[in-house]
Design a protein around this ligand. Structure first.
Ligand code: SAM
Length: 222
């Protein structure tokens, strides 16, 4: 069973490079207790987001898809004291758990959870004329990925970075005949990037406790 092997390697890595983390454990427990779906990033993926944010020197981070705030904790921990994370969530019940988790993590002052359909919230942020984001993590409904990247592009600057999660989808990314809305979404993402000279990107396949999937990393060039 490849899943058992992939999970064993994730556990090996987490034990050595991540270690015990009561705040993250408490966040997962609160999410489970509230009956939220178990679809947060794995610990080693959260750590990747944290490392990327610090490598990028990110002061302003935008997340689309909060759930219980697990990845938000990893991202917000990468921020300097004057940094901010804005995270967008459709479901008020998810947002409520996330706000409590972020408060418990001591990150409440650095994170704003905005409730609503991300399409609408992105439009609001654009109208508000917010400062550009240095890093954008896209992890909500997959059919809307192309829209989220296009809309967020107006909220970034040259040098900003996007991480788009769950783009490989058990390899269905390469199935040109697929009619699945999420698969079409990640395929359109690749077409959008290929057709936009401002964007440079790659997609990396991953295996682990979350199965076979992958992410797209994009740099805004100009
Ligand atoms: N990033 C989170 C983590 O790793 O801890 C996991 C996010 S989960 C995969 C996706 C979230 O996106 C869910 O909480 C879902 O309610 C939210 N979502 C779905 N459709 C949305 C929309 N149209 N606008 C904003 N959020 C949405």
């Amino acid at each position: 069973n490849p899943m058992q092997l992939w999970t064993a390697v994730d556990d090996y890595v987490a034990a050595r490079l991540i270690g015990e983390d009561e705040v993250l454990d408490a966040a997962v427990e609160a999410a489970d207790r509230a009956g939220l779906p178990q679809i947060a990033v794995a610990a080693n993926q959260g750590k990747l987001l944290n490392l990327l944010a610090r490598m990028q020197g990110a002061r302003r981070i935008l997340e689309i898809g909060t759930l219980a705030g697990y990845s938000a904790i990893w991202l917000a921990r990468a921020l300097p004291a004057d940094g901010t994370l804005t995270t967008l969530e459709l479901d008020p019940a998810h947002a409520e758990v996330a706000v409590a988790n972020l408060e418990r993590a001591g990150l409440g002052d650095r994170v704003e959870v905005r409730i609503g359909a991300a399409r609408d919230t992105l439009r609001q942020l654009t109208e508000e004329g917010v400062e550009p984001y240095d890093l954008v993590f896209v992890d909500a409904d997959k059919a809307n990925i192309p829209h989220y990247v296009e809309a967020s592009l107006a909220l970034t600057r040259p040098g900003s970075v996007f991480v788009v999660d769950n783009v490989v989808r058990d390899g269905e990314l390469a199935d040109e005949q697929s009619t699945d809305a999420a698969v079409r979404g990640v395929q359109q993402l690749h077409e959008l990037i290929a057709g936009d000279k401002r964007l440079d990107a790659t997609t990396v396949q991953t295996v682990g406790s979350r199965g076979y999937d992958g992410f797209t990393l994009i740099r805004v060039e100009g």
